[in-house]
Design a binder for this molecule. Structure first.
Ligand SMILES: NC(=O)c1ccc[n+]([C@@H]2O[C@H](COP(=O)([O-])OP(=O)(O)OC[C@H]3O[C@@H](n4cnc5c(N)ncnc54)[C@H](O)[C@@H]3O)[C@@H](O)[C@H]2O)c1
Length: 437
């Protein structure tokens, strides 16, 4: 890889920070990455990855010489002038984004005109302007991140677009950031700070809207006997619509969509504007997770004393991230109905253990299904596609599967002896009018 590239500083080494640090190291930049958690920094310094993200281990190992992990801001400031801020911006109780970590970082940065603050954390529109007002002399560039957990490395290395927002006076800083991304290709969107901030929030809001939209279509499909998979296929071939984010299921979760939608809704509300559409998108998503319980009721009647197996717990496959995972709503709802919940996830078991009180975690899908009255596929891990479903059926007290991600082949499941029901899916052998026994 190219030598003598400009050193880079990364502040906050979570999903975004670690991927940013590793990928810039891969591009040949020396990178100093700082986090406030000493254990995390120590693990990374030993070469141990702290998150499950495909390709990341290899990237860290290959670029170990170019990567330094530290708890010391001074070390980072000495080494680099371009500083990517990647700290978390979780929701507050009011739904607004909590910017306390961002503020803590900014207080540590010198306004010497030398160092450049590059904001990768997702922040409400207006944040950059406020920071520039408070800290003149600290060049500010908004560079929101669009990576997806599970494919984060590939997304970073092959971006659809890179958004770089800067206001008058920060042209040189903006140019320097554009130079960093040049080797990656992808469209470069150069704009002002507020627009860059809004591009990030609007993109997530739009994707979540697509999901809630197709979920509502799925719910109507169930009523009229249509198949949402067919409907989405037919819709998605229209280039104005496109096929992505049209898979019906039990709704979105994760560290971004739920909080970013709330933050955008509150941002609008704070200016006196009621963002009606977003309110509906959020509500549809909440209700969608709960529809699984009704489906189980339709088949099993009361869930008291019934053993329900959850397959997959992480908010999506190929990650161990449990933030806002659908399983965190579903498991307690089922327990509330009196069910005993057992679960299996290929990688998120440890992360889930503390969050899912009273849920028995098993170390394989078949072990979770043993003696179960029903199973719910919550996360579409690829290993579930190749599970021996005939074996699974023989182990269950009642081979009933609710496919919360429309991930499995209904025909195969029915052949394996299952009663199968997806979301908005017309299924031979599993009429949506199935009644309780
Ligand atoms: N995770 C995603 O898929 C994703 C995608 C795009 C954008 N984002 C946005 O990027 C930001 C980071 O998200 P994440 O998922 O990587 O968060 P994360 O919680 O995984 O990581 C944040 C890290 O910042 C560290 N930190 C907090 N305060 C610090 C400080 N003062 N100095 C140094 N480190 C500090 C934390 O210890 C933690 O390790 C958020 O604003 C998020 O919305 C996330």
């Amino acid at each position: 890889m190219t030598q003598n590239r400009e050193p880079i500083g990364v502040i906050g080494v979570g999903w975004v920070g670690l991927v940013t640090a590793s990928c810039f190291a891969e591009l040949g930049h020396p990178v100093v990455a700082r986090d406030i958690l000493p254990d995390k920094v120590a693990s990374l310094a030993r070469g141990e990855t702290t998150i499950h993200e495909p390709g990341l281990d290899e990237l860290l190992a290959r670029n170990a010489e170019r990567l330094t992990f530290t708890t010391e801001m001074a070390e980072l400031l000495d080494a680099a002038r371009l500083l990517f801020v990647c700290v978390d911006t979780p929701p507050t109780r009011s739904g607004d984004a909590d910017l306390s970590r961002v503020r803590a970082v900014i207080e540590e940065l010198p306004a010497d005109g030398e160092h450049v603050l590059i904001m990768k954390s997702t922040v409400p529109a207006g944040t950059g302007e406020a920071i520039r007002r408070d800290r003149p002399g600290l060049p500010y560039v908004s560079c929101p991140e669009f990576l997806k957990e599970g494919t984060a490395v590939a997304d970073f290395m092959h971006p659809d677009r890179v958004v770089i927002g800067a206001d008058a006076g920060d042209e040189a800083a903006s140019e320097a950031v554009a130079g960093l991304y040049e080797p990656l290709g992808g469209d470069l969107v150069r704009t002002d700070v507020a627009s860059a901030e809004m591009i990030k929030l609007a993109s997530n809001a739009f994707l979540a809207t697509k999901i809630s939209f197709v979920n509502e279509i799925a719910n109507v499909c169930e009523e009229v006997g249509a198949d949402v998979g067919e409907v989405a296929r037919g819709m998605g071939l229209d280039q104005r619509i496109g096929p992505s984010f049209l898979r019906a299921g039990i709704g979105y979760g994760g560290s971004c969509f739920p909080k970013d939608l709330k933050a955008l809704k509150q941002l609008a509300g704070n200016t006196g504007y009621h963002f009606q559409l977003l309110t509906a998108v959020i509500e549809v998503n909440e209700l969608q997770k709960r529809r699984v319980v009704q489906k189980l009721n339709n088949h099993l009647g009361s869930l008291v004393g019934k053993k329900i197996a959850l397959l997959g717990l992480a908010f999506k496959p190929d990650t161990d991230d449990m933030r806002e995972a659908s399983s965190l709503v579903l498991a307690p709802r089922l327990q509330g109905e009196g069910a005993d919940v057992v679960a299996y996830d290929p990688v998120a078991g440890d992360a889930a253990r503390e969050l899912l009180e009273g849920v028995e975690l098993r170390d394989s899908a078949l072990a979770a299904l043993e003696g179960a009255d029903a199973a719910v596929l919550v996360t579409e891990w690829s290993e579930f596609a190749t599970l021996d479903w005939s074996d699974a059926a023989s182990r269950m007290a009642r081979p009933l599967l609710i496919d919360g991600r429309n991930f499995l082949d209904p025909k195969k499941l029915v052949e394996a002896g299952f009663e199968y029901e997806g979301i908005g899916r017309a299924t031979e052998g599993a009429p949506s009018t199935a009644t309780a026994d």
